[in-house]
Ligand binder design. Structure first.
Ligand SMILES: C[S@@+](CC[C@H](N)C(=O)[O-])C[C@H]1O[C@@H](n2cnc3c(N)ncnc32)[C@H](O)[C@@H]1O
Length: 196
């Protein structure tokens, strides 16, 4: 999977990495910043997703589709689609371009709108990457865990760089007896939960 990333996927990943890096140094980004994960977190997500149990794959917070591409590498192997949610119009446009240019549209469904309006309908979830505004993490967690299969994995980004903001949610998750959970010190810090 990581040894044979399709050339068009690599090309689009490089393009998005360049925009993201420029956004971080420029004072005036051309659009709302992409705020995407670093490549090592992408690889971590690919490997976790490849080994998740059977079920539905979700992502909350698409941005330009960078993290979606990493997770979708596991979807190629498994012959399934990931459903990814994005609320902002300019990000939706960029993500659509990403999935078209990388020729990965067969493995990705982009849902436009506030994730919380759709999550109640999602059942049989086996993998979820949560990477949206921190204010929605708790709501999303509460909607996902009851609908997750045994052994399903939920990964929430920014557990270290936004630790103070996320502290109440993180503490709740770490003591939630429905899951085993820990913070993995990779990238911006990943809160990793496995449904028991
Ligand atoms: C940190 S960025 C995602 C970065 C992306 N996961 C990546 O690594 O390439 C967060 C994204 O979540 C989106 N978002 C925030 N709240 C949302 C919500 N309630 N529903 C859907 N998308 C949301 C934002 O518009 C933004 O594009």
């Amino acid at each position: 999977m990581l040894h044979n990333i399709p050339e068009l996927v690599k090309k689009r990943m490089n393009y998005l990495e360049k925009i993201d890096a420029e956004d971080r140094v420029d004072g005036t980004p051309r659009m709302e910043r992409l705020r995407q994960i670093p490549p090592e977190t992408g690889k971590f997500l690919s490997i976790l997703a490849a080994g998740a149990p059977n079920g539905e794959f979700l992502e909350i917070g698409t941005s330009g589709g960078y993290s979606t591409l990493w997770i979708a590498l596991a979807c190629i192997e498994r012959g399934i689609k990931i459903k990814t949610f994005e609320i902002l119009e300019e990000k939706i446009k960029l993500a659509k371009e990403t999935f078209r240019e990388s020729e990965m549209a067969n493995y990705i469904e982009l849902v436009e709108g506030d994730t919380r309006d759709f999550l109640k309908e999602e059942k049989n979830i086996s993998f979820c990457f949560l990477d949206a505004e921190k204010e929605v993490y708790d709501d999303c967690y509460n909607l996902i865990i009851p609908n997750m299969v045994k052994g399903g994995l939920l990964v929430a980004d920014n557990a270290i760089n936004h630790y103070e903001t996320l502290k109440p949610m993180i503490n709740k998750v770490l003591s939630d007896e429905r899951v085993d959970a820990m913070i993995v010190p990779i990238g911006k810090g990943e809160l990793l939960c496995r449904k028991i």
